[in-house]
Design a protein around this ligand. Structure first.
Ligand SMILES: Cc1cc2nc3c(=O)[nH]c(=O)nc-3n(C[C@H](O)[C@H](O)[C@H](O)COP(=O)(O)OP(=O)(O)OC[C@H]3O[C@@H](n4cnc5c(N)ncnc54)[C@H](O)[C@@H]3O)c2cc1C
Ligand code: FES
Length: 338
């Protein structure tokens, strides 16, 4: 398919969609602030209306659209391609304008290591500098897997071209099956990024709270590493909560221990929802959001919050912070892992 021009009637901007791109990726690549969150068809944050022209829908049943949306003729910019010149109405805002423009490149698998029984780190070496902010994610095109998968970075931006991901194995999952069972060191993948707006706010004067649930480990580790590397923790504290199902799922401490300030300015609090008997687990138990509410020493509205993980966990945290404790929305940054 040839390049197509996308005109957004809402803000009067135009961008060109290169072959293989979606409307959302084309707009972000052009530096435009199209509203979005997951880039994966799950959140519905990238809905738009088609005014004229023809589009191709990549995932007709994507859960990001409700039946009502479909009846009203709404589409997802992350799951649609323009088939020629189109005019659309898509919401934009300055906060979505990419700080670093996403780009496509090839990368090969450098190394892997197990973090837990079902979370593995995958290190890729790409063609160019690894330019991303702590907490962002990339879209991976894996051999034999039809659509891209989103994975958060666990390391921080670097000139060694290294992109590190920590992935949880998903039963019957196509992308994770390829990563865990098929991909060998030296194998090639497509990597497109960075994406995401839940990145570390280095100008915030507040203490930092990171909450990772299950597979949400990587972006929170990246935020903690970014905060430590940029000297933010000389004046501030970072509370790192990890929500695990059982004691054998607990992880993150070994990664944080290597950071300056661990045990003093960096506080690690694991929480287990199915603790078993007392000899197995003596730490905090229950849901991680309940522990966040009880453990933090100051009013919740005085912190900068980052969290990532399954939608029920992020939903519970959002309600706790915004409804229960009136934490301003600008202090809350999260990614839901659809
Ligand atoms: C922003 C973000 C960051 C993430 N970061 C991490 C991370 O750091 N670590 C981690 O373990 N997981 C992460 N995930 C989850 C990850 O993207 C995958 O959903 C998960 O690994 C399961 O993938 P799978 O291919 O094994 O499962 P599958 O069940 O095969 O696929 C699940 C995902 O693939 C996509 N998909 C499925 N069918 C289609 C289709 N027809 N067309 C288009 N897309 C389709 C959907 O996004 C769906 O959620 C993240 C998700 C998001 C949205
Ligand atoms: S960004 Fe398109 S559905 Fe989430």
């Amino acid at each position: 398919m040839t390049d197509a021009t996308i005109f957004n009637e809402k803000d009067g901007t135009t961008c060109t969609q290169a072959a293989g791109d979606t409307i959302l990726r084309a707009a972000l690549r052009a530096g435009q602030g199209y509203s979005y969150e997951c880039n994966s068809g799950g959140c519905g944050g990238c809905k738009f209306e088609l005014v004229s022209g023809e589009i191709e829908t990549l995932w007709a049943d994507a859960p990001g659209l409700t039946e009502r949306d479909r009846k009203r003729g709404r589409h997802l910019a992350c799951q649609c391609r323009a088939r020629g010149p189109v005019t659309i109405k898509a919401a934009t805002a300055a906060e979505y304008q990419p700080k670093i423009l996403p780009k496509r490149q090839r990368a090969h698998l450098l190394a892997t290591r197990d973090i837990t029984h079902d979370i593995r780190e995958f290190r890729f070496l790409a063609e160019q500098d690894a330019e991303f902010l702590p907490g962002q994610f990339a879209m991976l095109d894996l051999p034999g897997v039809e659509s891209s998968r989103a994975y958060s970075l666990a390391n921080t931006g670097n000139r060694q071209c290294e992109w590190h991901f920590q992935v949880r194995r998903v039963l019957h999952g196509k992308g994770t099956h390829t990563l865990f069972e098929k991909l060998a060191v030296g194998d090639d993948i497509g990597l497109d990024g960075p994406y995401g707006v839940a990145y570390l706010r280095t100008k915030s004067p507040r203490d930092i709270v990171c909450v990772a649930g299950g597979s949400g480990l990587a972006p929170m580790v990246s935020i903690a590493r970014g905060a430590a590397e940029s000297g933010l923790l000389t004046e501030r504290k970072l509370y790192f909560f990890y929500g695990a199902r059982t004691p054998r799922d607990v992880c993150g401490e070994a990664l944080l221990r290597t950071l300056e300030g661990y045990g003093d300015r960096i506080v690690y609090i694991p929480v287990v929802s199915l603790p078993g008997d007392k000899d197995e687990w003596s730490g905090a138990s229950g849901y991680v959001h309940d522990t966040v509410a009880h453990v933090l020493p100051a009013e919740l509205a005085s912190y900068e919050f980052y969290f990532a993980g399954p939608p029920p966990m992020t939903q519970a945290l959002q309600e706790l912070l915004m409804v229960g404790h009136k934490v301003p929305f600008e202090q809350i940054h999260f990614d839901r892992f659809f």
